[in-house]
Design a binder for this molecule. Structure first.
Ligand code: MG
Length: 598
């Protein structure tokens, strides 16, 4: 134990790169991958009691289904979702140290499907870092028995570079109990000595929960459940701190991930078949932002993101936070979720979990593009529309849906011929026509439409500008009141001059309100703007316009003042619009709705 290389807190920054690597590889999804393909019609219940402390009902029909994985044919072999750290062929996933930014290759011997400690070469550690996990590995202490006590077959499985589950030849070899094989070194002996003999392969299965720190203090101790050779030796054991020899060390704050370290203690102990699976927690596939005080208190806004280009998954959480934190609305933000992985994937056009929230919504804000949702999801939208409740459409919502003609809700499609122009034209006021300004090179200034300058939605609104281009709007509903016209600018800066050609004469409508008759015969308050990329929301004028529109839509127009608070709330790092067609892009982002809670 004395020769162990403990990775100290000060050394840890050198592992940052591998965290990024691990994130890129999607290895750290401790928030997880719960879900599977949405069924044609999910089984379950909708009227059962709420489960205490959970957002779900008993037998909830809409609860995401656990991801399907393939168990290994043999117990102990890696299942399909395992991250294999050593498969018996090479030590590419390991290092013995770092030189600058480079890992130094692990020098231990690899042969016949196992690795063997090269005494004196140093402990080796994984290049990837991870935290909460199920860890499997196999080890064998030297067949030839030499030394005694801590000197016989000593090595160690040192989780996060700090917490040691001891490896030792404990077959007819007395040592201090908190230092024998499968002890939590220096803290707890195993419940029983389940050791096999020298040279025999033995297995570790460890359930590891990393400690948690907040404000520099421990808030949750590390916890280990350990099986040695299939025998339980520690059950939910809380560690008292990092491993230490002849003393105890207190916890010191560190990240929730770290490398796995195998100890060189001078004995030729062998290892094979090393893998882990991140522990999964059930991710709620939408974001709830509880309302505070303000005129919106008691009202529920459901915001539906899901477009491939304009980052509505960034825009709508920010809008929700403005509505909630500054004005009291309760907001639920929905996302395009890839049901295979459980992550946000705007390119996955046929799954938006959580649309059932529309049943109790007072306002729907939609910014989807060409979605082809299953019938049971569309049913919630159809029911909401027919209730005549208010709606707000942003940017691509004019072409929110693209549903094949043979499907039940095909009429919602942007190009439907019977319900002409579908949801966009019939409800929002127009459908997809064209880019009128040049996409990506001519930005847009919002010019107040003089005739309607007294409309409450325009109260306090000025200097509306966004990097997105003006959309062609040529069939705008006759009853619509245009609030802003879109002036095409020569460049991508707010101060750029307007282009001087006929495209600005007349200008296209950029934002409008109207009250369409929905298919049930009711009338609904509707606001729509063809702006609304996440990057557009950096503009305070646009944030004010949309915030005012939310007030107006739910009948709070009397509460709209010239200076409603539209300050950014929390973290907002909008990215430039554009398609992300690389199939690896969204998996690498590994985004979950909870990531937008900050
Ligand atoms: Mg050891």
């Amino acid at each position: 134990m004395r020769h162990v290389t403990v990775i100290s807190v000060t050394v840890l920054p050198m592992f940052r790169l591998s965290i990024v690597f691990a994130l890129c590889m999607g290895l750290l999804s401790n928030a997880t991958l719960w879900a599977q393909k949405p069924p044609a019609e999910p089984q379950g219940y909708t009227e059962t009691p709420k489960l205490p402390g959970q957002p779900w009902r008993v037998h909830d029909k809409y609860r995401p289904r656990p991801q399907v994985i393939k168990p290994a044919d043999e117990i102990g072999a890696p299942p399909s979702d395992a991250v294999v750290l050593f498969d018996g062929t090479n030590l590419d996933a390991w290092a013995v140290g770092r030189k600058g930014d480079e890992f130094v290759a692990a020098p231990w011997k690899v042969e016949k499907g196992y690795m063997e400690v090269k005494p004196g070469s140093g402990s080796i550690f994984t290049r990837a870092e991870f935290g909460d996990c199920q860890l499997h590995l196999e080890f064998a202490t030297p067949e030839k028995v030499e030394g005694n006590s801590q000197g016989r077959g000593n090595s160690g499985v040192i989780i996060m570079g700090r917490y040691e589950i001891q490896v030792l030849d404990s077959f007819n070899n007395d040592t201090y109990p908190d230092g024998q094989v499968s002890s939590i070194y220096g803290q707890y002996p195993p419940q029983v000595n389940a050791a096999r003999g020298p040279g025999e392969w033995q297995t570790y299965d460890i359930i590891w929960e990393a400690p948690r720190f907040a404000d520099g203090k421990l808030v949750k101790a590390a916890k280990a459940t350990v099986f040695l050779n299939g025998v339980l030796v520690h059950h939910g054991r809380e560690l008292i701190g990092p491993m230490a020899h002849q003393e105890t060390h207190p916890y010191s704050p560190h990240p929730p991930v770290g490398p796995l370290l195998l100890q060189d203690h001078g004995n030729t102990t062998r290892f094979r078949n090393i893998w882990y699976r991140p522990l999964r927690t059930e991710e709620v596939p939408w974001l709830t932002v509880e309302g505070g005080e303000g005129p919106g208190k008691g009202k529920h806004v459901v915001l539906i993101s899901g477009d491939e280009e304009y980052r509505s998954e960034e825009a709508l959480p920010q809008l929700a936070k403005i509505l909630s934190k500054h004005h009291g609305f309760k907001c639920t933000v929905l996302f395009a979720i890839n049901p295979e992985s459980g992550i946000i994937d705007p390119n996955y056009s046929s799954n938006i979990p959580g649309l059932q929230h529309l049943k109790e919504a007072d306002l729907m804000v939609i910014a989807t593009r060409f979605r082809n949702l299953p019938d049971w999801q569309m049913a919630f939208i159809d029911e909401y529309v027919n209730a005549g409740k208010p709606m707000i459409g942003l940017r691509t919502a004019t072409h929110a849906f693209n549903i094949p003609a043979d499907r039940k809700y095909a009429k919602y499609s942007w190009n439907n011929k019977e319900w002409l122009g579908g949801f966009g034209q019939q409800i929002l006021g127009d459908t997809w026509i064209s880019h009128h300004g040049n996409h990506g090179s001519e930005s847009t200034r919002g010019v107040i439409h003089a005739e309607n300058k007294e409309h409450p939605v325009l109260r306090g609104v000025s200097d509306v500008w966004g990097p997105t281009d003006v959309y062609g709007i040529v069939n705008l509903s006759k009853d619509a009141s245009v609030l802003l016209d879109g002036q095409i600018l020569k460049g991508m800066k707010a101060e750029d001059a307007a282009v001087e050609d006929k495209r600005n004469n007349p200008m296209m409508p950029l934002a409008w309100v109207h009250t369409p008759k929905v298919p049930s015969g009711k009338e609904a308050r509707v606001f729509c703007t063809t702006m609304g990329a996440s990057i557009d929301l950096q503009n305070a004028g646009l944030r004010r316009l949309v915030t005012n529109a939310c007030f107006w839509a739910v009948g709070l127009e009397d509460k709209i003042t010239n200076d409603l608070n539209v300050e950014i709330v929390g973290e907002f790092k909008p990215t430039m619009f554009g398609f992300r067609n690389d199939p690896k892009f969204w998996p690498e982002q590994n985004l979950h709705p909870s990531d937008f809670a900050k």
